[in-house]
Design a protein around this ligand. Structure first.
Ligand SMILES: [Zn+2]
Ligand SMILES: [Zn+2]
Length: 377
């Protein structure tokens, strides 16, 4: 216990010191190291000279199991498996309905809980915030307020014991174990230190939080079970196993993969000093949230990725669509110049270059390239 506290505190103090030191540095230097805010750098020099791996290692400790969640997850996983077994006996409408629910749930998580409320990477008018809250209530997880609070802790104390899903505790813990166990005291303590005033001021968000356990059971479980039965004569088993269990299991595992797979497997083209990675598989299922190395380097970018490819980032497509009709505005992104500086300073050398005229291709590379059949001018 003592060791763990000691393990976490050096990072906290290092971050504080770095903030103080970086705050005193000229803005030009900040641009050079590729961070907008001092708090986004682990150390004043962006970990160029300080080994931060030591403070990210954790000791063994006991987990207090939340048995209610264990039972819910066993029932849901068993139902989902039965759903897979019965999928060819279900009506086509039930399958489409399940995919539709999965999609609006992922939009609630990615465009709502994550990019809007956790990171304020864009602003949303009342109708969009209300729509995202409605989408969020059609699945069982957390109210958007609680989601955003936990996620801000994750970014502030990534991969320490103050991070709710600390990936240095292994795949099982950061994927599902953290949901099945009581939060560590460090998570609760650091959570209290965060400024959540903007969230408290959002009346739509706070309305959902207040009535979450009254509205969610009706919209996430009851209604999606009844609709297929009454609208197209589906039986109860197919309705429950597909539209509820299998759909939610897909949502949960897609979401958890961001915390596990995208913190353990993949390249780190933007910052090799942090655990988060770029993972295309996670991006497909999690609507564009698998570009996690980029996201942790630049958490205020509404695309949560450098590129604007909609096929691997449905959440960006949704936000852009909302911006077109005026519901989303003040969309923040990162300039290519700042990305380039960050890539060169802290990247692992795997940053994608699409070809010859890519601006990230260095002049040295171009000079040393062999060009055959060169046209004489
Ligand atoms: Zn993360
Ligand atoms: Zn985030």
């Amino acid at each position: 216990m003592t060791n763990v506290t000691e393990t976490v505190s050096p990072l906290a103090s290092s971050a504080t010191n770095s903030s103080e030191r970086v705050d005193g540095v000229q803005s030009e230097t900040l641009k050079e190291i590729g961070v907008l805010f001092a708090s986004d750098a682990d150390t004043a020099d962006g970990a160029l000279s300080v080994d931060v791996t030591q403070v990210k290692r954790v000791d063994e400790r006991k987990h207090e199991v939340v048995w209610r969640n264990v039972i819910i997850f066993i029932v849901m996983h068993a139902s989902a498996l039965y759903g897979v077994y019965h999928i060819f006996h279900a009506k086509l409408f039930t399958i489409f309905f399940s995919i539709f629910l999965y999609s609006i749930n992922m939009i609630a998580i990615t465009a709502g809980c994550h990019r809007l409320w956790s990171h304020r990477s864009y602003k949303a008018k009342d109708p969009l915030r209300a729509l995202l809250i409605f989408f969020n209530l059609t699945m069982y997880q957390l109210s958007a307020f609680h989601w955003a609070r936990d996620h801000r802790i994750h970014h502030k104390f990534t991969d320490t014991d103050a991070d709710p899903h600390n990936s240095t505790r292994g795949f099982f813990f950061c994927h599902i174990g953290w949901v099945l166990s009581v939060k560590f005291p460090e998570v609760v303590a650091k959570g209290k230190s965060l400024d959540l005033s903007d969230l408290y001021e959002d009346r739509i968000l706070m309305f959902e939080d207040k009535y979450y356990f009254k509205l969610m059971p009706f919209l996430a479980f009851l209604l999606p079970t009844i609709i297929p039965m009454y609208m197209w004569n589906e039986n109860f088993i197919n309705s429950w196993c597909l539209a509820i269990a299998l759909r939610m299991i897909f949502v949960w595992h897609s979401e958890w993969s961001i915390n596990s797979v995208s913190h353990m497997y993949g390249m780190r083209p933007y910052d090799k000093n942090i655990n988060p990675t770029q993972n295309v598989g996670v991006s497909i299922f999690a609507f564009g949230e698998g570009w996690h190395n980029y996201h942790h380097a630049f958490p205020w970018d509404y695309k949560a990725a450098e590129w604007g490819d909609y096929s691997l980032n449905f959440a960006t497509a949704f936000i852009d669509l909302c911006a077109k009709i005026g519901w989303a505005y003040d969309l923040k992104s990162v300039s290519p110049a700042m990305i380039e500086k960050r890539v060169k300073r802290t990247g692992d050398g795997t940053h994608a270059i699409w070809g010859w005229d890519d601006k990230n291709l260095s002049p040295e590379c171009k000079q040393n390239a062999i060009v055959l059949n060169k046209k004489e001018h």
